[in-house]
Design a protein around this ligand. Structure first.
Ligand SMILES: NC(=O)c1ccc[n+]([C@@H]2O[C@H](COP(=O)([O-])OP(=O)(O)OC[C@H]3O[C@@H](n4cnc5c(N)ncnc54)[C@H](O)[C@@H]3O)[C@@H](O)[C@H]2O)c1
Length: 320
């Protein structure tokens, strides 16, 4: 098998590339380097600089490298940016996916793995989100992921491609400091950023109907997530059809608990300040991890402490 990983120089993609090559799969990466960092990739993984919107390039790469499977991670991923620039998100996330699927169909590639997101669910009022929970995204980013799933399934049926859509929950941590996420878009780097500036962490709302009043999320170590891709890639081999699966730990952690563990890891235990709720935050978002265990034989192994320890080592490397 030869796998093309789009967005493979990104935070998650580089972990996937490493997990797959480590397991003996042949891997190459296509990335436009709009957010990717080539140095994240293992030395023996070829990197092609280019866009998922470039159909000619995609067809050439698939044919020249005799690609047999695609892991598609390349996308824009910032919710606020998607609200401000919806056409760009639809064009890049959905247009890029459609262009890639056309090239995949033409090249006769039979396996396709798509990075989806818990954002497809929106803010459902349930304790555990299963794959049957109705999808109702609340921003253009989530819409592009949901429409992307539909497109992947339809193209799979039309062209005989086996597909898996992985709905990631909240990703954190790093397999090595140099692979860490350098963006400041979610709670762990946001708290690190505040502490590094000598400011107190912020908690947005402590009056939610949750045990400590703060929002509860399902955090997943990026190394566990990378292993889920490997499990999904193996699942695709020799099977046909379409699978959609949540990738989370199936356990909730509150924002206040996260801030406490971050204080322990960084040694900076200054108390958080509580600010008003942010619009659009769901009180609870926790995955049911049952289908991933049943269908992929995969479950997360790493806990929150390991996520924050490893993320902090990465933060120190990039923010010295
Ligand atoms: N990080 C999370 O918590 C999270 C959660 C759910 C889903 N996801 C999804 O996982 C995927 C990877 O996310 P990430 O956190 O690694 O983000 P990232 O920004 O670090 O990685 C995305 C990579 O794709 C590349 N890229 C973007 N648009 C491209 C294009 N049109 N053509 C080629 N390359 C392009 C970027 O240069 C970057 O290297 C995305 O699809 C994202 O929506 C991420």
């Amino acid at each position: 098998m030869t796998w093309l990983i789009t967005g493979g120089a990104g935070y998650i993609g580089a972990h996937v590339a490493r997990a797959m090559t480590g397991a003996g799969e042949r891997v190459l990466v296509l990335d436009d380097l709009s957010a990717g960092v080539p140095a994240r990739l293992p030395a023996d993984v070829p990197l092609m600089r280019g866009s998922s919107l470039d159909g000619g390039l995609l067809k050439r790469v698939l044919a020249e490298h005799a690609v047999t499977g695609v892991v598609h991670l390349a996308a824009r991923k910032q919710v606020a940016e998607s609200v401000a620039q919806p056409t760009r998100y639809y064009q890049e996330n959905l247009g890029g996916l459609a262009t890639l699927l056309e090239a995949v169909a033409e090249a006769g590639v039979e396996r396709f793995l798509f990075s989806s997101s818990a954002a497809v669910y929106g803010n459902p009022d349930v304790e555990l989100i299963t794959e049957e929970t109705p999808c109702a995204p609340v921003n253009p980013y989530g819409e592009t992921k949901l429409a992307g799933e539909w497109l992947v399934r339809a193209a799979g049926q039309a062209h005989g491609i086996s597909t898996v859509c992985l709905r990631y929950f909240n990703v954190a941590g790093a397999a090595a400091p140099e692979l860490a996420d350098t963006g400041v878009f979610n709670i762990v780097p946001m708290v690190f950023d505040r502490l590094t500036r000598g400011e107190a962490p912020r908690i947005f709302g402590d009056d939610y109907p949750t045990p400590d009043g703060t929002c509860v999320r399902d955090y997943i170590h990026v190394s566990d997530l990378a292993e889920a891709h490997l499990a999904a890639a193996r699942h695709l081999s020799g099977r046909s059809g379409a699978l959609t699966v949540n990738i989370g730990r199936g356990a909730g952690v509150s924002v206040r608990e996260m801030v406490t563990v971050i204080g322990e890891v960084t040694g900076d235990r200054r108390p958080a300040v509580v600010e008003p709720r942010r619009p659009g935050d769901a009180p609870v978002s926790v995955a049911s991890a049952a289908r991933a265990a049943e269908t992929l034989g995969w479950s997360a192994r790493r806990g929150v402490r390991e996520m924050i320890d490893s993320a902090w080592r990465g933060w120190l490397l990039h923010h010295r």
